[in-house]
Design a binder for this molecule. Structure first.
Ligand code: HEC
Ligand code: HEC
Length: 420
């Protein structure tokens, strides 16, 4: 019982930081982890977190990002049966930030897809949902999700309209036992009174909830990065020579472009397909370390046996990627190629958030991934020099969109649904 309590405390500590905003208002950019954990292992550590109510933001013209996406992106695919309107975006945005959509009124979509953390979650390798219930995968970014042909790390869903019911109903995400319960909850909220009817000319339903949430997410388009300004905008001064050399490696010797696609006049940095890089293979086959180190509070790190940890924590189920959907053995450890746009903002990396930095990802590819029976033939050892590694890193860091702050500010301006 004591152990359980300690674990709950740990998880709530970990998940509560996303409420907070960085104090450092001198910084020009709004993004970043909720709290700067530098020095957390020492007693001198002081929190920088601020209350949610102190966040201020300005509403953005979101529909413009769909009608005229930023430089470097193709036209936004919008399903003909769910056209974009300003009112629908607004309703979807309200739902996205509304904590009352979870079973116990605590958890919104935005708490795993945190706007200021690249619409992903910088502080958790794998997601944690209501009541500290843990998941096995990393929260992917929602920037440019409008272009994703396959959704989830294993590509099991292909429509944003349908996808929303995954997290709404998942036991370890928003925890609602059935769609009817979600509908009843929203029906009981006065501030939604008449909104669905006004937007869709149809009542609140599973379908209209999906359509509204999908519509908001379709506006989160971010490009016109320094890379785009150079490569598509022909502004030679937009990036450093190192970025240009890094792109040459990306498209040449390292052949990253074979999966992280760049076209002639736009780039999504994904081929929308699934591949075995060996990372999943390693995670599900490597033995667990015997000990775990946990920092409970500033200056208080404890060491516990992994067996004890397993007995109090919910053990993560094995993850075999696409195989779980197809049951075809060749599909073991295949995961979706993620976009690389805004990659500097969306650490940690890979489907399980195992890599904390882009340097670690580059090392992984430099070594040729992890050899296994079904390793993708496009993954090979690269033998990069130190300067090639830093050029590749500079290139990856040049992919941050110019409107990121605008989208974060818009998120800060959104209403946070809460019980009265
Ligand atoms: C508890 C954390 C959590 C919550 C809450 C949550 N998500 Fe997610 N989301 C995730 C994780 C983790 C994944 C990846 C899961 C997988 O691949 O199996 C994901 C995947 C997605 C994807 C697929 C993205 C892609 O590129 O494949 C979309 C879209 C999405 N979530 C939207 C939402 C919406 C909308 C809500 C609210 C209704 C929501 N999420 C609530 C953690 C969360
Ligand atoms: C065979 C296709 C393929 C090639 C080639 C490839 N990647 Fe990837 N990349 C993937 C897949 C698939 C993932 C996701 C793996 C996972 O989730 O476990 C990924 C993940 C990443 C990530 C982490 C993204 C995130 O949001 O977590 C980065 C960064 C990355 N790749 C960069 C590169 C670079 C740099 C190169 C060239 C050195 C490269 N990739 C070559 C398919 C590829």
């Amino acid at each position: 019982m004591k152990n359980k309590l300690f674990y709950c405390l740990l998880i709530s500590l970990l998940s509560s930081v996303s409420f907070a905003e960085k104090m450092n208002t001198g910084a020009p950019l709004l993004h970043g982890a909720g709290d700067d954990k530098t020095g957390y292992e020492t007693k001198e550590y002081k929190t920088n977190s601020k209350a949610l109510t102190t966040r201020v933001g300005q509403k953005a013209n979101l529909i413009a990002l769909v009608k005229q996406p930023p430089l470097g992106l193709p036209a936004v695919p919008v399903p003909s049966n769910n056209p974009i309107t300003v009112e629908k975006i607004e309703l979807g945005r309200k739902l996205f930030y509304d904590r009352r959509l979870s079973l116990n009124n605590t958890f919104s979509c935005a708490m795993c897809h945190v706007a200021e953390q690249g619409f992903s979650h910088n502080e958790l390798a794998t997601a944690v949902g209501i009541e500290g219930r843990s998941g096995r995968r990393n929260s992917p970014t929602l920037f440019n999700v409008a272009y994703a042909e396959k959704l989830f790390h294993d590509g099991r869903e292909d429509s944003l309209e349908q996808q929303v019911w995954g997290p709404l109903l998942a036991h370890n995400e928003m925890g609602n036992p059935s769609p009817a319960i979600v509908l009843r909850k929203i029906l009981a909220l006065n501030d939604y009174n008449g909104l669905f009817k006004a937007v869709f000319n149809k009542p609140l339903s599973m379908e209209t909830i999906g359509m509204a949430l999908a519509t908001y997410q379709r506006t989160l388009n971010s490009a016109n990065s320094p890379f785009d300004q150079w490569y598509f905008g022909h502004n030679e001064g937009a990036v450093s020579p190192s970025v240009k050399r890094g792109f040459k490696l990306f498209a040449g010797k390292a052949n990253c472009i074979a999966c992280h696609t760049v076209k002639k006049d736009n780039a999504l940095f994904t081929n929308n397909r699934l591949h075995n890089t060996g990372h999943g293979f390693r995670v599900s086959t490597q033995p667990r370390p015997a000990k775990q180190f946990i920092t409970l509070a500033p200056g208080q790190t404890i060491e516990i046996d992994s067996d004890l940890f397993d007995s109090v924590a919910e053990k993560k189920p094995n993850d075999v990627g696409l195989y779980e959907i197809t049951e075809n053995t060749e599909d073991r450890w295949k995961y979706k190629t993620p976009t690389l746009r805004n990659i500097a903002l969306t650490a940690p990396y890979m489907h399980d958030g195992a890599f904390k930095t882009l340097e670690e990802v580059i090392t992984f590819y430099d070594q040729g991934g992890v050899p296994n029976e079904d390793l993708d033939p496009l993954i090979n050892p690269l033998h990069l020099s130190n300067s090639e590694r830093s050029d590749l890193l500079a290139f990856l860091n040049s992919l941050t969109g110019s409107n990121v702050d605008q989208l974060i500010s818009d998120a800060f301006a959104a209403p946070v649904g809460d019980i009265e």
